[in-house]
Design a protein around this ligand. Structure first.
Ligand code: ZN
Length: 53
């Protein structure tokens, strides 16, 4: 089973469902906030979603 994450694409101005297999765990900013990084399936723009931990 593949999990899907809802991520907002700023270019499409819409939420996109991106499968876990296309997501990378990363950290963002000075505070090293955990985030998931993925690609919009429609336009290829990088999308981020902040996560806990
Ligand atoms: Zn997009």
């Amino acid at each position: 089973m593949t999990n899907m994450a809802s991520m907002y694409c700023v270019k499409c101005k819409a939420k996109k469902e991106i499968s876990d297999s296309d997501l990378t765990k990363t950290t963002v900013g000075k505070a090293n906030r955990s985030a998931l990084k993925g690609k919009c399936p429609d336009c290829g723009t990088t999308v981020f979603k902040f996560i806990k931990g």
